[in-house]
Design a protein around this ligand. Structure first.
Ligand SMILES: [Fe+2]
Length: 462
């Protein structure tokens, strides 16, 4: 039978086809009903594609808990390969490799599918997800550009390409594609999101707020990742505008708790609380509320980008035993010689995690030295530029609080060169000049901060 992408699926169950289509739409559009694939498995337990997508659903949880169910579905799919077509077989091999952590095979299969069945956006999107998690922006962009060439009629393809362009630094094409995807469909939150990245990277704070609030009603039927992540970007614009009260309000209404057991919601909360604290906001007992849900993450070690943020959240909430155990588990990954174990754990994650933990515990010099040492390698653990900026900010905060004023000023000057519009950077620079006794430079930086503040259009609420 043919699915809605007009690709052949080995099944004679129209219910299975419908479920595969619903999964595809949910996955590409970040809707809530990706679990529909389980109905497809029920309708046709022998459908290799339904089984493979079911395994993907469980792996997307990014926790150890889902792996057993993913394995069961992969085994069932493997048992039926004699009936599978070539595309289904390639998808099975891709998701099996995902299960093992074999990134090269994962990407080779998705790239092969993109070449032979370019209408398969679900496969391309999966490939984009994996490349994203490895900080492999070049491969991510290549895959999504190829998908766009074959699918110019689909808004999702424009959203994917937009994000690929953004992460490779081609902000102009990224913004064009993101705006086009947003125009083409009322429901393309990933395209909305890619434009937010462009506006953020350019320090275009007024436009960012206007863009995101103007689209926010479209996210109500998104899954919790997309809903909270787009609101996270919105809160980020307000933070950079100095409107910490608005960011905190967004946190309480749209970030936490939406789906508190989901990994991506958890790291979004950790990341936002950290940034709020850096700007002097008292976040009250919010760390405790998040840490309750982080305790079960101690033994995960699925994605290092997640682990380092779980670690910070646990330590900030004073969950010291759990934080120490998670740190020990990260150390064990770093010294493991298992096949496909990422070298990143040893070369990047362990030293980075130690530094992040040091910051959470107020050891500023240790945190600054540790983060400075791995700064150029952090991209390897994935996440977007905007998400990974958390670690640049932790480094900056360590320098400021540890009173390494000269280095702090150097970092701030770099941040101002990249995004001149953010008043907070100028204010913090003034503080570091004051501490160095450079009063004239401090006054100039302070006045520049005031000018940047005046240049912003006052936010009048939603
Ligand atoms: Fe993002």
């Amino acid at each position: 039978m043919l699915d809605s992408q007009e690709l052949e699926v080995t099944t004679d169950s129209s219910e299975a086809i419908e479920a595969i289509d619903r999964f595809g739409e949910a996955f590409l559009g970040y809707r809530k009903d990706a679990v529909a694939i389980l109905d497809g498995i029920k309708a046709d337990p022998d459908s290799v594609l339904a089984r493979v997508l079911g395994a993907a659903l469980f792996l997307f949880g990014e926790t150890q808990l889902g792996r057993a169910e993913a394995r069961e579905n992969l085994d069932a799919a493997r048992a039926g390969v004699s009936r599978a077509n070539d595309r289904e077989l390639a998808m099975l091999e891709a998701v099996e490799a995902w299960f093992l952590g074999d990134y090269e095979t994962v990407m080779a299969r998705h790239e092969d599918i993109a070449a032979r069945w370019p209408r398969d956006l679900v496969s391309a999107k999966l490939g984009q997800y994996h490349a994203f998690n490895r900080g492999d922006s070049r491969r991510m962009a290549e895959l999504s550009i190829r998908a766009l060439e074959a699918n110019p009629d689909r808004a999702y393809a424009h959203g994917m390409a937009a994000f690929g362009f953004e992460q490779t630094g081609d902000l102009q094409r990224a913004e064009e594609e993101g705006r086009l995807g947003t125009e083409m469909s009322e429901h393309e939150p990933w395209a909305n999101h890619a434009v937010a990245h462009c506006l953020d990277a350019g320090g275009r704070l007024d436009e960012g707020v206007e863009w995101m609030h103007g689209l926010s009603q479209r996210w109500d039927d998104c899954n919790s990742f997309m809903y909270t992540h787009n609101w996270w970007h919105t809160a980020l614009f307000h933070l950079d505008r100095g409107e910490t009260d608005v960011s905190l309000d967004i946190y309480d209404r749209h970030l936490w708790p939406i789906e508190p057991t989901f990994a991506q919601d958890q790291i979004g909360a950790v990341s936002m609380l950290t940034r709020l604290e850096m700007r002097g906001v008292d976040v009250g007992d919010r760390w405790d509320a998040v840490a309750e849900y982080l305790l079960v993450r101690v033994d995960d070690q699925i994605e290092p980008f997640l682990d380092v943020q779980y670690l910070y959240g646990l330590a900030r909430a004073g969950r010291d035993a759990a934080a120490d155990q998670l740190m020990a588990n990260i150390g064990a990954c770093a010294s493991s010689d298992q096949e496909f174990q990422r070298a990143d754990w040893a070369e990047v994650v362990e030293p980075m995690a130690r530094a992040v933990l040091a910051h959470a515990r107020g050891k500023w010099a240790e945190a600054a030295d540790g983060l400075a040492a791995v700064k150029g390698e952090i991209y390897r653990i994935g996440g977007s530029h905007a998400q990974r900026d958390l670690f640049n900010l932790l480094l900056l905060d360590s320098l400021v609080r540890g009173e390494d004023n000269e280095e702090a000023a150097r970092v701030l000057q770099g941040r101002i060169r990249a995004r001149i519009s953010i008043p907070w950077h100028h204010q913090l620079l003034a503080k570091t000049y004051d501490r160095q006794g450079e009063y004239e430079q401090a006054t100039a930086a302070r006045q520049e901060g005031e000018r940047k503040e005046m240049a912003l259009t006052a936010w009048s609420g939603e």
